[in-house]
Design a protein around this ligand. Structure first.
Ligand code: NAP
Length: 299
């Protein structure tokens, strides 16, 4: 339970609704700012203007997935007003408070560092990345279905990177009957891909492996699907790039060659905001409870 814990939510999207629901269930004291267009009643939740005073006794400030932009803007879907995280806001937070976001840009990192506040980037946590890989894989497959005229079943798929997202995606595609080629850079990843029934290859060999591919999914956050690789892909291929912006694909060359290439950021929040919100809520709860020497459950 989070009895006596005060959490302030600033901005965000539909994912935050699930977080609010979960926090109130756990008896936390919840203040929300940037939700004035929200009609849904949340019993006991205080709606407040985005002024520094609301942070004075906060145990945690929850920001949206991207934290803030580099000018301090907090994205807030449920208000017309602009929310900005300023020095004045952060300076009011108690020193024991945590600032929590999916990820942080330098602006947010610098502010927290300046004020000696602990910044928690939830998406960096292994457990969160693995839970998030489920809606990410489903979203990637949704995009694949929308952008091809063949079934996933029987298709030739290539997955680049067998990390937390790539592994879930490759296995889900395989479960749907696709043939999977997996691009990796380490020998242990190669062996694991082989064990799982994928056709592994080393990334250094990517261009040579790229003929006869229907769907190429990239999860490697660096320029990897280069013009040289795209030149080897058949024209029917569709590239779905999941790696964080700007992705790992030469989109200019793909367009020039007439190959469909899509950057697909933020899939969990788009295809499954409720699930994605629950993942954030569980992880936030765990972060707070860990600090208090208790353990939460992510279920
Ligand atoms: P991860 O677990 O770190 O996996 C990244 C993979 O890329 C690892 O297998 C890593 O190989 C490989 N890799 C990194 N640099 C490489 C290089 N230079 N050459 C070859 N392989 C390389 O990360 P993740 O959680 O799966 O996330 C992957 C990307 O997707 C990130 O950019 C993340 O922000 C993004 N993401 C996007 C969404 C979305 O909705 N689009 C959702 C979640 C995550 P090693 O194992 O050998 O290190």
């Amino acid at each position: 339970m989070l009895t006596g814990v005060h959490v302030v939510l600033a901005g965000g999207d539909a994912r935050q609704l699930e977080v609010i629901r979960r926090l109130t269930e756990l008896d936390a004291t919840v203040t929300i700012s940037g939700f004035d267009r929200l009609d849904m009643p949340f019993t006991g939740v205080v709606k407040a203007d985005w002024s520094p005073e609301i942070l004075a006794d906060a145990d945690a400030l929850l920001l949206p997935a991207v934290g803030t932009e580099d000018d301090g803007t907090i994205s807030a879907l449920f208000t017309e007003r602009e929310l900005t995280l300023t020095d004045a806001h952060v300076s009011v937070l108690p020193k024991s408070a945590k600032v929590v976001a999916g990820m942080a840009k330098p602006y947010l990192r610098n502010l927290c560092e300046k004020h000696g506040l602990q910044l928690v980037e939830l998406f960096e946590r292994d457990d969160v990345a693995i839970y998030n890989s489920i809606p990410t894989a489903e979203g990637a497959i949704m995009m694949a279905i929308q952008n091809t005229d063949i079934t996933i079943h029987g298709s030739n798929c290539m997955v680049l990177g067998l990390g937390r997202s790539g592994m879930t995606l490759a296995r889900t595609l395989q479960g749907m009957g696709a043939r999977i080629k997996a691009g990796v850079r380490r020998e242990d990843s190669f062996a694991r891909a082989f064990e799982m029934g994928f056709k592994p290859f080393y990334i250094a060999d990517l261009a040579r492996q790229s003929g006869n591919i229907d769907l190429l999914f990239n999860t490697i956050p660096t320029m990897i699907v280069t013009a040289q690789v795209i030149a080897q892909l058949p024209l029917r291929a569709c590239i779905i790039d999941l790696a964080s912006k700007p992705g790992g694909t030469d989109f200019r060359f793909a367009e020039k060659r007439g190959i469909k290439a899509l950057l697909a950021p933020g899939l969990p929040g788009i295809v499954a905001p409720k699930t994605a919100g629950r993942i954030i809520a569980n992880s936030l709860t765990q972060v707070i409870l860990e600090d208090r020497g208790q353990r939460g459950s992510a279920s």
